[in-house]
Design a protein around this ligand. Structure first.
Ligand code: NAD
Length: 305
């Protein structure tokens, strides 16, 4: 897989899954369960092994403001880093002290620190600051989220020697681990965000998929989705995709994640898709864990390549 080349050069491999795992289905269905949590844990194992003979990668996360979901995301990232024996630090800045000047000065300081390999600015930033100005200040060599316009450009032009955004990169690793064919497939990506949908479409094209992008203004979304051999959904709309959107036997990747009023989690894909899809990612335990695993990989690449 072209997008994995840089990771392979650092010693990472696409996890090899047992026949039992490859054949696992959602209970009572023929739909294979694409176990992102397991594949993520296998990437963690590789980080833990590789770091024994290499310099310890270090990530610094900037957490500005008091957004509760951001606190959870950053907390999960630092737990995973500790778990793979990578270093991480979270710098917390209250909203009252978050200004363009203070955050730019902080990013500059981290850019200049050779002991810091990766810098992550957790979004959303407080409304008082210019988020694009802050995130665009990260040095390209430390952009482990792969969000810089430079990295959007290199991805679009097929240069995989740079950082790839963690969520679509994780989806590619999951599909490769399960041997889901991408080349020649009709792939539909629902959602065109800069951090998921767009990079996802470029990665699928780089593996020779014929890609259709769908979004909130797409006409007849169900018909477009039904053309897909591979349907990747990142719309941020709970249960948007139901069984009527899915061609029998298609692979469906659900990037969405939502906490419902009763506290349970769901994705953009309705559970009834299991009745028709050939393979599907669960929520939770699908794409989410892979996003953090690929952040570990990107931080390792920042330190080692
Ligand atoms: P976003 O809001 O930036 O973009 C959503 C996209 O979906 C837009 O391009 C919009 O046009 C499209 N869309 C919205 N409603 C639609 C509809 N009814 N029909 C078709 N298209 C529609 O969102 P994002 O940042 O790309 O995230 C998408 C989802 O993925 C969210 O639920 C987010 O929480 C989740 N997410 C998960 C992970 C993870 O690690 N699992 C990472 C990033 C994002």
């Amino acid at each position: 897989m072209r997008c994995f080349k840089r990771a392979a050069e650092a010693g990472f491999v696409i996890p090899a899954l047992s026949p039992e795992v490859l054949g696992k289905t959602f209970p009572g269905t023929q739909c294979r369960l694409l176990d992102g949590k397991l594949v993520a844990s296998m990437m963690h194992d590789q980080c833990r092994t590789l770091v024994k003979s290499k310099p310890q990668p270090k990530l610094v996360a900037i957490l500005a403001g008091e957004d509760p979901a951001s606190q959870v995301y950053v907390g999960n990232k630092s737990k995973t880093f500790a778990n793979v024996n990578f270093a991480s630090e979270t710098i917390r800045i209250p909203s009252s002290e978050s200004t363009d000047a203070s955050l730019l000065a902080l990013v500059d300081k981290l850019n200049a620190n050779p002991g810091v390999h990766g810098i992550l600015v957790q979004l959303p930033l407080p409304a008082s600051v210019n988020a694009a100005a802050i995130t665009n200040r990260i040095a390209p060599a430390k952009d482990v989220d792969g969000f810089l316009p430079l990295h959007a450009g290199t991805l679009a032009t097929g240069d995989f020697g740079r950082f790839l955004p963690c969520t679509p990169f994780g989806v590619m690793v999951l599909l490769a681990a399960y041997g889901i064919p991408i080349a020649g497939s009709r792939t539909v990506v629902v959602g065109r965000s800069n951090i998921v949908g767009k990079p996802m479409s470029f990665l699928a094209q780089s593996e020779d998929a014929t890609v259709t992008m769908a979004h909130s203004r797409t006409k007849d979304l169900p018909a477009i989705c039904r053309e897909a051999d591979l349907l990747i959904v990142a719309a941020g709309k709970p249960n948007l995709i139901n069984r009527d959107f899915v061609k029998p036997g298609a692979t469906v990747v659900d990037v969405g994640i939502h906490r419902l009023a009763d506290g349970t989690l769901c994705g953009d894909v309705n559970a009834n898709v299991r009745e028709v899809a050939g393979a599907l990612t669960p929520v939770p335990g699908g794409v989410g864990p892979l996003t953090i695993a690929m952040l570990c990989v990107n931080t390792a690449l920042a330190a080692w390549n």
